[in-house]
Ligand binder design. Structure first.
Ligand SMILES: Cc1cc2nc3c(=O)[nH]c(=O)nc-3n(C[C@H](O)[C@H](O)[C@H](O)COP(=O)(O)O)c2cc1C
Length: 196
């Protein structure tokens, strides 16, 4: 059951030296492929990194998060920049009408980097994390890394922006989920009156 899986999940930062079978990697990737996206644009590419040397290089670019070196698989979730018109700038102008003119005038490169629709890659990433856990594989999300340097290292085309990396592997120790807020702390119903 999905909730059982979610209750088990926690970030894993130490992995066993044990390769993930190819079929399992394919299962994880398939879970990502089937994700929803705005306008079904699927504005993403998934980089599959299994080369240990490359994993080490990436751990350096992630501000020396040494634990990443123990991962057996990294999936680099990249956002592909969607056009300014469809799914891009026009959508944000519609979502924030008061800021319409400011959004319109923003420099193209800056706009693309800030509005890289990275929220969209969180969806396939979440599917992948759960698909991996079904196979006893732990993971941790990584967004603390030097984006431009990673693009360079992986020879990525200009319109691919690495938004997150997920490190996968078999957990080296027992997984201990951390405490989450209670349901009462995170809900509001209908038009609850908020004190300003
Ligand atoms: C988008 C995102 C980025 C994250 N980036 C990092 C990271 O760079 N390094 C790291 O050690 N953990 C990272 N984490 C893991 C969080 O620290 C972790 O999810 C959080 O503390 C909650 O713990 P849990 O995953 O065990 O529930 C990231 C998590 C998310 C969702």
């Amino acid at each position: 059951m999905l909730l059982d899986l979610l209750k088990k999940r926690c970030s894993v930062r130490k992995f066993l030296e044990k390769d993930i079978p190819k079929e399992t990697i394919n299962y994880i990737l398939e879970a990502g492929r089937l994700s929803p996206s705005g306008g079904n644009e699927q504005p993403w590419k998934f980089g599959v990194i299994t080369d240990k040397g490359l994993i080490k290089e990436i751990s350096k670019l992630a501000y020396n998060q040494k634990w990443i070196e123990t991962a057996n698989l990294l999936i680099v979730l990249c956002t592909t920049i969607v056009s300014d018109e469809r799914g891009g700038r026009d959508i944000q102008m519609a979502r924030f009408p008061k800021l319409k003119n400011k959004i319109k005038e923003m420099d193209k490169e800056l706009y693309s980097k800030l509005n890289q629709e990275e929220h969209q890659t969180k969806i396939p990433g979440t599917h992948m994390v759960l698909a991996a856990l079904e196979h006893g594989i732990g993971s941790t999300w990584i967004s603390y890394f030097k984006v431009d340097e990673l693009s360079k290292l992986l020879n990525l085309p200009k319109n691919y922006i690495p938004s997150e990396i997920i490190a996968f592997g078999y957990p080296a120790k027992e997984m201990k989920p951390v405490k989450k807020k209670s349901i009462d702390e995170i809900l509001f119903y209908n038009k609850k009156l908020f004190k300003q």
